[in-house]
Design a protein around this ligand. Structure first.
Ligand code: FAD
Ligand code: DLZ
Ligand code: SF4
Length: 516
């Protein structure tokens, strides 16, 4: 029997064959270790579909690795010996195999990185923690980029990433003459028979037992397992990628910010779960999107917009997460402390926009960006919800949620809890924005045109109340000068009515039990 000298743990979001820890490894003397562990499934109460997705994708990936010649120790959640934690499983593997060293690709969050960094001391075995080069910018590159900048703006970072990757460049200049076509990407959508729907993948004999296991062990977690049809292999994720490029990318730009009743996916790609867990390669995906533009099959505003989300926003969020340190999660610039309302876990609310976003989240573990930012995020911001609870909710309920990407999006972009590191003003809006970008208000029991009273859209009074409540912190923000001026122009009676309406909404939230 060959002496095992190298142990390589592969975490649940490291499902890529080109992973840095596997590079140059000698298959004959390496043991791979994959672990389904209770601690990772329960440190927050992940959506049932999210746990099922991760376990099913991990099991399929283990099969692929074995077929490729690797020896894999795969620890299932129901293994009676399962210790329940990454470190417990490394302890068992070290006892079983006596490895001479451990090689691991860095983890995607501070909490797990701290575990990896402790292994060398705990086990007395050298641990080589390698960079995760599935990302385009290294930690060092991002740190260099932020050094000396007073204001961080994604747009400038994005241009660097365009230059680094060569994406959409013609002789070093941006294709079409502009770096960014966002102004063309704000059309509201109409229900269309031609709207693409993401592909639905059948469950196989690896996925079916995972669903039974999750149903049994995580019955009290949010969400449903009904109609689990996500891809759980690289091949199927590539099928969804090809489907998106052909059918949805051409309209992606135009309708990027649109929302429609009953339309859960619109022209979005639904690829984030696959990119984030490693089944899809972000750079190869962007190159494939560029090829659609070069071949004349997709317009520039769509392709540039899509590529910007991935090499711009996605990389930028990761850079912010690691550059701000583990205490970033503690920030609460607006000193907000209200519990997140219980309806975030049930969808039981008369506010149609929130109901649509939350019910689809519980059913599919997915919502698109504008639903996350301008519906659920906006409402949480306006009522003064505790950003840490908001963060926990987003981390729990979305299939694509890993802390490195979820936290800056939620705490920074959506809740303004970092005081403006990520966005120059809060993404706060009254009902008019939702009305402009969706058909939600037409189906709602509230009237988006009314500012006060029992039938008024709650977003309206809450919006003004949010500004007034936070005037100390936001009143000097130049980008909010106009709304503050508009507030000052209202007569005292109108102001009092608005504040009373908001107070009634907030009091009703405080009277209902929040989620414990
Ligand atoms: P598309 O609209 O098709 O976009 C293409 C790709 O661009 C996505 O797959 C994703 O990889 C990337 N992308 C787009 N916007 C962002 C962004 N703001 N940050 C990072 N990548 C982006 N995205 C996550 O991947 N995980 C999260 O946990 C997450 N949490 C979020 C929380 C909040 C409050 C908000 C406002 C946004 C969050 N996002 C998160 C960003 C975005 O909503 C999702 O990436 C997107 O909805 C995924 O669906 P899609 O694949 O159809 O995206
Ligand atoms: C999110 C998650 C869940 C639910 N379960 C596991 C698991 O059992 N095993 C595993 O290796 N990873 C899991 N993950 C992902 C990790 O919690 C973590 O997010 C990543 O390893 C990044 O640090
Ligand atoms: Fe949402 Fe207000 Fe429109 Fe109702 S009226 S859907 S609560 S924005």
């Amino acid at each position: 029997m060959t002496q095992v000298i190298t142990l390589i743990p592969i975490l649940g979001d490291q499902l890529s064959l080109g992973l840095s820890s596997l590079r140059d490894a000698d298959q004959a003397s390496v043991r791979l270790l994959m672990m389904e562990v209770a601690d990772e499934a329960t440190y927050v109460r992940h959506h049932k579909k999210k746990i099922a997705y991760i376990f099913a994708a991990m099991r399929h990936h283990a099969a692929t690795l074995r077929a490729g010649g690797w020896t894999v120790d795969y620890i299932t959640l129901d293994d009676p010996e399962n210790s329940g934690s990454f470190t417990g499983e490394i302890a068992r593997a070290v006892a079983r195999l006596a490895p001479e060293r451990i090689i691991v690709t860095e983890a995607g969050e501070w909490r797990v990185m701290a575990m990896l960094e402790a292994w060398e001391t705990i086990f007395g075995v050298p641990v080589d923690i390698r960079p995760d080069d599935r990302f385009i910018a290294s930690h060092a590159e991002f740190t260099t980029w932020i050094e000396g900048r007073k204001q961080l703006r994604m747009e400038f970072f994005y241009r660097e990433m365009r230059r680094k990757t060569g994406l959409l460049l013609d002789d070093g200049k941006p294709a079409g003459g502009e770096w960014n076509y966002d102004s063309e990407n704000r059309k509201p959508a109409r229900a269309s028979l031609l709207m693409p729907r993401p592909l639905a993948f059948a469950q196989d004999d690896i996925t079916t037992p995972v669903l039974a296991l999750v149903a049994d062990r995580f019955a009290d977690h949010p969400g449903t397992l009904d109609r689990f049809d996500y891809a759980v292999t690289k091949e199927d994720a590539l099928r969804q990628q090809a489907y998106f490029l052909e059918h949805a990318l051409p309209c992606f730009g135009d309708y990027q910010d649109a929302m429609l009743t009953g339309e859960r996916f619109l022209w979005h790609s639904i690829l984030s779960p696959y990119i984030n867990s490693g089944l899809l390669d972000p750079l190869a995906l962007c190159q494939a999107a560029e090829a659609e533009y070069r071949a004349g099959r997709a317009p520039l505003n769509s392709v540039e917009g899509f590529i910007r989300q991935i090499i711009g926003w996605r990389e930028y969020m990761r850079g912010i997460y690691w550059s701000q340190g583990p205490d970033y999660v503690e920030r609460n610039f607006l000193d907000a402390h209200r519990p997140l309302p219980a309806f975030y876990w049930t969808g039981e609310t008369d506010m149609h926009c929130l109901k649509e976003a939350i019910v689809q989240t519980l059913e599919t573990a997915h919502a698109h960006h504008i639903q996350r930012l301008m519906v659920t995020g906006n409402y949480a911001l306006l009522i003064g919800a505790d950003p840490r609870q908001v963060h926990q909710w987003y981390l729990e309920v979305y299939l694509d949620a890993y802390e490195w990407v979820e936290l800056p999006n939620t705490l920074g972009m959506s809740q303004f809890a970092d005081g403006g590191l990520l966005s120059s003003k809060p993404y706060a809006s009254a009902g008019a924005y939702i009305n402009r970008m969706s058909d939600y208000c037409r189906h709602c029991r509230y009237d988006v045109k009314q500012r006060t009273g029992p039938d008024s859209c709650p977003f309206n009074a809450l919006y003004w109340d949010f500004l007034v409540r936070n005037e100390d912190r936001l009143g000097r923000n130049q980008r909010l000068a106009m709304p503050y001026r508009n507030w000052a122009r209202m007569n005292a009676g109108t102001q009092a009515d608005i504040r009373a309406s908001a107070a009634a909404t907030l009091a009703s939230l405080d009277a209902a039990p929040g989620y414990g």
